[in-house]
Design a protein around this ligand. Structure first.
Ligand SMILES: Cc1cc2nc3c(=O)[nH]c(=O)nc-3n(C[C@H](O)[C@H](O)[C@H](O)COP(=O)(O)OP(=O)(O)OC[C@H]3O[C@@H](n4cnc5c(N)ncnc54)[C@H](O)[C@@H]3O)c2cc1C
Ligand code: SF4
Ligand code: SF4
Length: 441
């Protein structure tokens, strides 16, 4: 989700707006509660920052301090273990370690998929071929359109039924209990970047013979009630939205039940009303591109209508081969120059400005679409902006956590903006306290 300035930390427990759902049947341990409550009381006793990844609902709760990205970001140690190296200078600082990057899409889109359905097709194929015994994925809570429900899929059909985003926090890792109890030894996990971090950090304790990790880029996730609040602020008819996405053309596209499309430019978002909906965990997250997965499948580095795929290691290449026969390809490209707008962005981060008048907003939207960063440059721009915004959030709200939760690659990725940062923030990008060296994962 786009954001011009940091949101304040949400405080105090929210009311559960949907008590009916609490009586729904479903998996144990109150999964429906965890995804439907805004400020879940279950988070009591957890770190100040928590994205409700589900690990603490599982038998691995006792390993939380060793696995949780918000206790200590272990990304660089995990990179060395999983990829044999850390990020190289250049695009890897923003996108994570990768061996290959492509733009592709399914020749025939999966019904109900978020984009063309590459992720659910891959999960289904792993089951069809007997490569894995189960896939961790996120279905939909009965009676809702967008509330997630963690699902341990055992058949290709069960994976395909989970196509499409449920764009709110989903405690998928609590399925690790069911994985252990069912004796599953070969597992695929589809997840957000934070889930993948916790999973990788705990991987050695899972007793698995094989683990395939399919990630998607993730940023500014929200709890489900905040998602419904968000849709009310941005749509003329929030209840009829069946699909929406933050597009590379700098606007939010919302498709309604009757097939009509509604669009809202990012610059027209009512940011004053959205303050506080983003959890502090998501505002303290530094792995937009899901850099610890074997393969990341998103869209933001590709042109509109296409998916962006980062193949990170040999396992990721094997996974991609399973999809290749169903894919069509186009070239990845880049246009615009993200560096030109960054000084202004930093100034707005330091001193949030009010919304400009409508004609100016129209002009800005046109300039963004036609002259702004596009293709890979769009992905670089958005990731760098989120790194800056989240670094700023951590420094304002959780300053003493910075050495533990901000990984070293963030400072390297942003180093070119040192002068602009110094001017806007009156301090260097690099912390005055050296980041603690991460113990090997
Ligand atoms: C909260 C969120 C934010 C995202 N932000 C970006 C972004 O900024 N840039 C970008 O390039 N891509 C982003 N994505 C990914 C993108 O929207 C698509 O999901 C991705 O490109 C895959 O498309 P697909 O058609 O192949 O997926 P599909 O085949 O439709 O499969 C989607 C998969 O995502 C899983 N899923 C859905 N919701 C959740 C959830 N809440 N938690 C865990 N798993 C879930 C589903 O279970 C399914 O396995 C985001 C996804 C989510 C859920
Ligand atoms: S983010 Fe996950 S591991 Fe961290 S405290 Fe929350 S549930 Fe536990
Ligand atoms: S934005 Fe980061 S912390 Fe929030 S759900 Fe996505 S990966 Fe997790």
């Amino acid at each position: 989700m786009p954001q011009d300035h940091p949101a304040p930390m949400v405080s105090g427990p929210d009311q559960d707006p949907s008590p009916d759902y609490l009586t729904l049947g479903g998996p144990s341990k109150g999964l429906h509660r965890s995804s439907l409550l805004s400020r879940d009381e279950r988070l009591a006793g957890r770190p100040n920052l928590c994205s409700d990844c589900g690990l603490c609902d599982s038998w691995l709760q006792r390993d939380m301090a060793k696995a949780c990205v918000f206790v200590r970001n272990r990304a660089e140690a995990i990179e060395r273990r999983v990829f044999g190296r850390n990020r190289r200078d250049g695009d890897e600082l923003r996108f994570g370690v990768f061996e290959q990057m492509v733009a592709a899409r399914m020749r025939r889109a999966v019904p109900g998929a978020q984009w063309s359905g590459m992720i659910t097709t891959l999960g289904a194929r792993l089951l069809e071929r007997g490569v894995v015994e189960a896939v961790v994925t996120a279905g939909t809570m009965p009676g809702t359109r967008f509330a997630p429900r963690p699902v341990l899929a055992r058949t290709p059909e069960e994976v395909l039924a989970t196509a499409g985003n449920k764009p709110s926090l989903s405690p998928n890792l609590n399925l690790l209990d069911e994985v252990r109890d069912s004796g599953i030894k070969r597992l695929a996990v589809i997840g957000t970047s934070c889930q993948v971090h916790m999973l990788r950090a705990a991987q050695d304790r899972l007793g698995l013979e094989r683990l395939d990790v399919i990630g998607f880029p993730c940023s500014d996730n929200v709890a489900y009630p905040d998602l419904t609040f968000f849709l009310k602020q941005v749509s003329r008819s929030p209840d009829t939205i069946v699909h929406y996405e933050f597009m590379q053309d700098y606007s939010l596209h919302m498709r309604h039940e009757d097939g009509s499309m509604e669009r809202l430019n990012f610059i027209d978002f009512p940011m004053d009303k959205l303050d506080g909906i983003f959890p502090s965990a998501c505002l303290s997250c530094f792995d937009y591109a899901n850099g610890l997965a074997d393969i990341t499948i998103g869209y933001m580095g590709a042109r509109l209508g296409w998916q962006w795929v980062l193949i990170r290691n040999q396992r990721g290449a094997e996974l991609f081969e399973l999809l290749r026969p169903d894919l069509e390809f186009r070239d990845l490209d880049a246009a615009g120059d993200r560096r030109r707008g960054m000084p202004r962005y930093l100034q707005m981060l330091a001193k949030p400005a009010g919304k400009p008048p409508k004609p100016i907003r129209r002009l800005i939207a046109w300039l963004q679409r036609n002259r702004g960063p596009r293709g890979l440059e769009f992905a670089r721009a958005i990731i760098e902006m989120k790194m800056f915004r989240n670094l700023h959030h951590v420094r304002e709200r959780f300053a003493r956590f910075e050495p533990r939760i901000v990984p070293g690659f963030v400072y390297r990725a942003l180093a070119d903006y040192e002068d602009a940062h110094q001017e806007a923030m009156g301090r260097p990008i690099h912390p005055t306290v050296e980041p603690a060296r991460t113990p090997e994962a």
